[in-house]
Design a binder for this molecule. Structure first.
Ligand code: SF4
Length: 490
């Protein structure tokens, strides 16, 4: 059977964008000093743990290269691997569903749950279901989905949004979590303290009741193995294992890029992922399941939602290598200060700045490619060597091209870049421009620059301009041979 994947893009209801641009949303994050403190403490701790366990491996760079190569090879033949995966799952009693976008995936999952007659389901933390806004879609259909990952539960009870891929409640400290539990958990001890053990105990009691009564569970998947149809979830609390084994119906929603061809390939990722994400040599719980187990109804929803369109972009497709470890978030100076909500997407930080616009198209997410200092720290830590800075530059160029198409009259930015290019391609013009830089000294003394320079200078200090150019200094110092310069353009 031939499966036509087409070129679907993300549906408009997905959680990959908000109406607010990154600079506007980042202003709110920057003003929240408590959040900045929480983020600094959390990311510093994870960063140090990660650096320690990575340094233990002599072959870390080879592992990274292997991870990147396996992902690239898989993506190059993705339709074949997907069909092998579908055949293997079906052979073992599971059912595979194909979803072009988030709306289709939500409709499939809703229909499957309605067929069971249940209205309460439990969920293992899953980025794919966050991406498509599954909980909201289920709520509209009268189905309550309870998150069972502790951090996701905190976010859900607090009516909040996740702000980190791995630690969705990273922006909350222990006292805030205690208040959320006290306000929103039924039967919670009113004297609950902010002691981590007490908080974990309260969550355990709350979740246990749901685990034992739920007949339907929804999971994501970190990896799918094409040769056997096996799915794999890595987690730290054991909640995943409870969800995957107790309920009678299990529905897994997985992005199509999560496949690896063989079991042997998993070996590489099971070393790369825990070290990069939680800074552990091995993650505490690795659950794998192949097809339906006896008495269980098992479904996989394969989600495209912009992934095929991303795959078609030769500059952007390496974003699909991402294994959602979050190492790039923990080293990013922009993420640490602005916080995850500023990105307006379930994928924050450096990978969000490339993945979200790739999935939705840059016209829908034009500010995210600029949410970076391009320092390169994200590339250095990425376990599958995604060159995020280069991709950001590529996406910036796409945003500029899209704007050019949209505006017949050049924007102020486009006009100033054209003027800069015209100046720099001629030695005579460049020398004249340098001489006029003394004007910059005047500009520094002005209380505010006029538009359009005012928007550039709003968040930057104007550099101190030199009193004279190097050439003028050279001549003044008595040499009649000025330093070499490129030939003037014709
Ligand atoms: S881009 Fe790389 S570092 Fe960032 S989450 Fe993905 S795999 Fe991890």
């Amino acid at each position: 059977m031939t499966t036509f994947l087409g070129m679907p893009t993300a549906s408009p209801t997905v959680h990959l964008r908000t109406g607010e641009s990154f600079p506007d949303a980042a202003r709110t994050g920057l003003a929240d000093s408590q959040q900045r403190h929480n983020l600094r403490v959390a990311t510093t701790t994870i960063r140090e743990k990660r650096a320690g366990v990575v340094a233990e491996l002599d072959d870390w760079e080879q592992l990274r290269a292997a991870g990147a190569a396996i992902k690239d090879a898989t993506l190059a033949e993705l339709p074949d691997h997907l069909e092998r995966f579908e055949a293997a799952v079906t052979e073992r009693g599971g059912t595979v569903h194909w979803a072009r976008d988030g709306d289709e995936a939500n409709a499939i999952v809703t229909r499957l749950i309605q067929a069971t007659g249940e209205t309460d389901v439990v969920k293992v933390k899953s980025m794919a279901t966050e991406e498509i806004g599954l909980n909201e879609a289920l709520a509209t259909a009268g189905i309550t989905a309870t998150e069972t990952d502790l951090a996701e539960l905190i976010v859900q009870l607090g009516d909040d949004r996740p702000s980190h891929i791995l630690v969705p409640a990273i922006h909350r400290n222990r006292s805030e979590i205690r208040d959320i539990f006290r306000d929103h958990m039924d039967d919670v001890d009113p004297g609950l303290t902010n002691d981590p053990e007490a908080l974990a105990g309260a969550a355990r009691l709350y979740l246990r009741r749901r685990f034992l009564s739920a007949k339907v569970a929804i999971s994501g998947a970190n990896f799918g193995v094409a040769e056997t149809g096996t799915l794999c979830v890595l987690e730290s609390e054991g909640n995943g294992r409870m969800c995957l084994t107790l309920p009678r119906t299990l529905i897994t929603v997985m992005g199509i890029e999560k496949l690896v061809p063989t079991w042997r390939d998993l070996e590489v990722f099971l070393q790369l992922l825990p070290r990069s994400s939680t800074g552990e040599r091995m993650n505490p719980y690795t659950s794998m399941w192949t097809g339906a187990t006896e008495g269980q109804d098992f479904h996989v929803v394969l989600l495209d939602n912009g992934r095929t369109a991303t795959l078609a972009d030769p500059h952007g497709r390496s974003a699909l290598r991402c294994i959602r470890c979050s190492a790039c978030l923990n080293v990013c100076p922009v993420y640490e200060r602005a916080g995850g909500h500023a990105y307006g997407s379930v994928y924050p930080g450096p990978i969000g700045a490339v993945l979200s616009p790739q999935l939705t198209g840059v016209k829908d997410n034009p500010s995210l490619p600029f949410a970076s200092s391009l320092c390169g720290a994200c590339y250095d830590v990425c376990p599958v060597a995604i060159d995020i800075p280069t991709m950001l530059v590529h996406l910036r160029a796409e945003v500029v091209a899209a704007k050019r198409e949209e505006h017949r009259v050049p924007t102020a930015e486009a006009a100033s870049m054209t003027a800069a290019a015209w100046t720099m391609t001629s030695r005579r013009r460049w020398t004249a421009a340098l001489r006029s830089l003394s004007l910059g000294r005047v500009a520094r003394r002005m209380p505010a620059l006029p538009p359009p320079l005012s928007s550039w200078a709003r968040s930057r200090d104007l550099p101190q301009m030199p009193r004279e150019t190097l050439r003028d200094w050279w001549v003044r110092e008595g040499s009649d041979v000025p330093p070499a310069a490129p030939e003037e353009d014709a």
